[in-house]
Design a protein around this ligand. Structure first.
Ligand code: M6R
Length: 590
């Protein structure tokens, strides 16, 4: 949540550079934007509400070798120019951008007020420049003052700061990601790699509890508390600038939906020895837990069915934010599987911390190599989906499910059978996602766009997909959508059905198909407009969206037409599917 980006080095258009780069991190927040450029010995600040993509960067000074910028997802304080970052101290010598939350800001703010500081914003962030200023009364060294100020902050944060009288950029991190791009002409420090990808693909990760100081020529990583130097590895990232761009598509969401024929294949292409090690770890664990948030949590729910049906193994699924209350079930022999596209989700990180505190092992299934979840796990399987930029998660979900399905097969010595199933599924998805198919779904979205309510039902692994369908439709189209286990309808939700209420049924070709057909007929009998997403048509459906029969991989196939449907509902209703209101891509606050 919130994107930050700073640069220091030999280039003299730092302000333009950081604003341009930050446009690639707009998915992290789009309430307001701001930039502070060090021009001579002053900090020139521009900030406003609105999206950073609407800012013309050419307006910023070309006489600037250091700048920091921010794109905001509001937590403390409304969406106003005063609450936009950067925040400065009263004399304007210290500039700060911040991602995360300073949890004890209220106490610090009250204390600072008694010392005469006057606050201009309602944010937690504004305490940071004042706290640094306070510390500078005891030391001339800006980095030391930042270190001392940070020792008084509670919470999770990533901070970038500079002082107008020094040429160094300082970054600290406890919880919110910060990655360094190592360029030939300076250092780029950002919440995520796409900010600086056009300049360098060589990165270094700032870890939790670390600080870095750079003047653009060299960089020093230290322990935030002790000041002890931490040596760092340079890592070359493998994905390309093109992968992180929209290309011919109107929106990232559509691009990422269409990419799934390739991204699922990449997810399936795992190192077989590594998959075997992980399958054995799950088999030998005394209690396996699987957690994620939002869409990743629905992948976890689907995995419960995969593991049960394919491997006859029970795993315990919980939403990451609910995991805390289950901690007493964890033992050193337990295993926690953490599923997260970004690898930075605060609730998932907290669950991971709890598990590690109990001595349990952690397996990460993530799309983000080098993310905190990747680096702190005992084992990682990367889904290799490539950058996912739309807030709505699409290709990450199918990649996560593919990897989990592969593990389930490997646990019963059927790795190759699982691989074949998934690769055949990829080929079926490739055939399915043709222009006529997409147009058919678009025309259905055109007809249904004005509905107020929409319900989705599923059974077995299609039940979590019904829940996921609801998330997808809610978040991009703002239509009230809800998913149910089909068998639950008659225990309450059936009362919601009115004449022509759209109800989508997700089906496969398996032993639960007759049950869900009956439930669909029950809906139709109450006047619902029924839409079947199924390999075969049935008189229970008013409309039919055909999907290939993918057997145990049906959940992976069935969610794809829903993603397309949600996308077109958003577009028809005039919404931006890539940037839904109130949401951000990477949820780094609890
Ligand atoms: O990066 P993560 O997979 O940990 O993110 C988890 C959720 O925030 C995410 O899946 C969210 O629900 C999506 N916006 C849904 O499309």
């Amino acid at each position: 949540m919130c994107g930050i980006f700073g640069y220091v080095g030999a280039k003299n258009n730092a302000g333009q550079l950081v604003v341009k780069g930050l446009k690639n991190l707009e998915y992290r927040g789009y309430d307001s934007w701001g930039v502070a450029c060090k021009v001579g010995e002053t900090a020139v600040v521009e900030k406003d509400i609105g999206k950073i993509s609407s800012v013309d960067e050419s307006q910023f000074s070309e006489e600037c070798g250091m700048a920091i910028a921010h794109t905001r997802w509001a937590t403390h304080g409304g969406v106003t120019p005063a609450n936009a970052h950067p925040h400065l101290n009263a004399s304007g010598t210290i500039a700060v951008v911040h991602n995360g939350i300073i949890e004890n800001y209220q106490t610090l703010r009250d204390d600072l007020k008694t010392k005469g500081y006057a606050f201009k914003s309602e944010t937690d962030t504004e305490v940071i420049p004042y706290m640094i200023e306070e510390e500078m009364k005891a030391t001339d060294d800006f980095a030391s003052a930042v270190r001392n100020a940070c020792s008084k902050f509670d919470g999770r944060y990533g901070i970038l700061a500079f002082h107008t009288e020094s040429n160094t950029l300082v970054a600290t991190r406890t919880g919110s990601p910060l990655i360094v791009g190592v360029g030939e002409e300076g250092y780029f420090i950002a919440s995520d790699i796409p900010a600086f990808m056009e300049h360098t693909k060589v990165v270094q990760y700032l870890d939790d509890g670390e600080m870095l100081v750079t003047d653009g020529k060299s960089i020093l990583f230290t322990d935030l508390e002790t000041g002890q130097e931490h040596p760092k590895r340079e890592i070359e990232i493998t994905w390309s600038v093109e992968q992180a761009q929209k290309g011919e598509y109107a929106h990232f969401m559509l691009k990422e939906i269409m990419e799934q024929k390739d991204s699922i294949a990449r997810a399936v292409n795992q190192d077989e020895q590594q998959i075997q090690v992980i399958a054995d770890a799950i088999k030998n664990a005394r209690g396996t837990f699987i957690i994620g948030c939002g869409t990743a949590h629905k992948a976890c729910m689907a995995a419960e069915y995969f593991f049960s049906v394919v491997a006859e193994k029970h795993i315990n699924v919980t939403s990451a934010g609910e995991f805390k209350v289950h901690h007493h079930f964890l033992k050193p022999e337990s295993l926690l599987i953490v599923v997260s596209q970004s690898g930075e989700t605060a609730d998932s990180l907290e669950a991971m911390k709890i598990a590690r505190g109990k001595g349990a092992k952690v397996l990460a299934i993530t799309n983000a190599e080098g993310s905190t979840i990747d680096r702190e796990a005992d084992y990682t399987l990367l889904i290799n989906a490539g950058p996912e930029r739309a807030v709505a998660s699409t290709k990450a979900l199918t990649g996560q499910m593919a990897v989990l399905m592969l593990i389930a097969h490997t646990m019963v010595d059927k790795l190759h059978e699982g691989k074949t199933l998934l690769l055949e599924t990829v080929s079926m998805i490739n055939d399915m996602l043709n222009p006529r198919y997409v147009e058919h779904i678009e025309s259905l979205a055109e007809e249904i766009q004005n509905t107020e309510d929409l319900y989705i039902i599923g059974k077995s692994w299609n039940y979590p997909m019904a829940l996921e369908s609801a998330i997808k439709i809610q978040e991009v189209s703002y239509i009230h959508a809800e998913g149910f286990a089909a068998s639950e309808l008659k225990h309450g939700p059936l009362a919601l059905i009115e004449e022509r209420t759209p109800c989508i049924a997700l089906l496969g070709n398996d032993e639960v198909t007759p049950d869900i057909i009956s439930n669909t007929i029950e809906l139709k009998a109450r006047g619902a407009r029924t839409i079947g997403i199924a390999p075969e048509n049935n008189e229970a459906f008013d409309e039919w969206i055909k999907v290939p029969d993918a057997g145990a991989a049906q959940a992976i196939v069935n969610i794809i037409p829903i993603q397309v449907f949600a996308y077109f509902l958003a577009v028809k209703r005039g919404m931006d599917p890539d940037m839904p209101r109130n949401l951000a891509k990477s949820v780094t606050v609890k």
